[in-house]
Design a protein around this ligand. Structure first.
Ligand code: DGL
Length: 261
């Protein structure tokens, strides 16, 4: 494995861009291949077999392109497949999972809300996570069907997005949560809208920066960090190029070139 080989990142769609941005900032010399599986999004309402199958197709494609490490920038896919893939493919995998531990560290009243997909919240990995850390706190799970689709469509401020957020957040407000975990990478793009509804006194936990730091640590340990040239990002989608491009422009504020996968 050579240091100048790319890092692969994938998500069900554009949500993983929240992780990608931090990775690019922290590791500016790395060449990154980002795959948005927008043609098959969302993952959060699908079963494990579907998520595994899609993740496998993308992982094998990234490995063929020379990926030296893969970031699964999707809580749903991480929950479903990361252990299996670590055993099956001979490269490092870095995943994302709801930031329960940092939420517990920061919460004052021990009432924590977790916004995530239905699949993440019902996974074995998530229940193990809550068993490991959730002893002396109240964890209030809030599945958010439909929310990732609206981010996928770039509709951050649309009335239907605000209405859906209000419904989900009302349920958490009733539980008196003082900390909310953004347990889906798509929701990072809604942090301003969430803040407007819950107010400044509620803490939001987003682990995307921590994932970038974890990747940097793993590359360092494995002697795989690239320092020799300027980094770059290539974007791929399994969905419509026009739609993915429009969503990315609305999320990042600039246009990027995208290829079909
Ligand atoms: N962005 C993904 C996650 O973090 C999946 C959202 C979806 O496709 O439902 O869970």
């Amino acid at each position: 494995m050579k240091n100048n080989q790319p890092i692969g990142i994938f998500d069900s769609g554009v949500g993983g861009l929240s992780v990608l941005q931090h990775i690019h900032q922290l590791l500016p010399h790395e060449h990154i291949l980002y795959v948005a599986d927008s043609g098959h999004a969302p993952y959060g309402c699908k079963d494990d077999t579907f998520v595994e199958q899609r993740s496998r197709v993308i992982t094998e494609h990234l490995i063929k392109q020379g990926a030296k490490a893969i970031v699964i920038a999707c809580n749903t896919a991480t929950a479903s497949i990361i252990e299996t893939f670590r055993d099956q493919y001979g490269i490092p995998f870095i995943g994302v999972e709801p930031g329960i531990k940092p939420a517990i560290a920061i919460s004052k009243n021990a009432n924590i809300g977790i916004m995530a997909t239905t699949a993440t919240l019902s996974s074995t990995r998530y229940s193990e996570l809550t068993q490991r850390f959730g002893d002396n706190v109240n964890l209030h799970n809030q599945a958010c069907p439909g929310l990732a689709d609206l981010v996928e469509a770039g509709l951050l401020d649309a009335p239907e997005t605000i209405q859906l957020l209000q419904n989900y957040l009302q349920a958490l407000k009733e539980k008196n949560v003082d900390t909310i975990v953004l347990g889906c990478t798509h929701y990072s793009f809604l942090s301003t809208q969430i803040r407007q509804i819950v107010g400044r006194s509620t803490q939001l936990i987003d682990t995307s920066y921590a994932i970038a730091e974890q990747l940097a640590r793993v590359l360092e340990q494995e002697n795989l960090t690239n320092q020799s040239r300027h980094g770059s990002i290539e974007y791929f989608t399994t969905g419509s190029i026009d739609n993915t491009q429009a969503a990315i422009s609305s999320l990042l504020g600039y246009k990027v070139a995208i290829s079909c996968l």
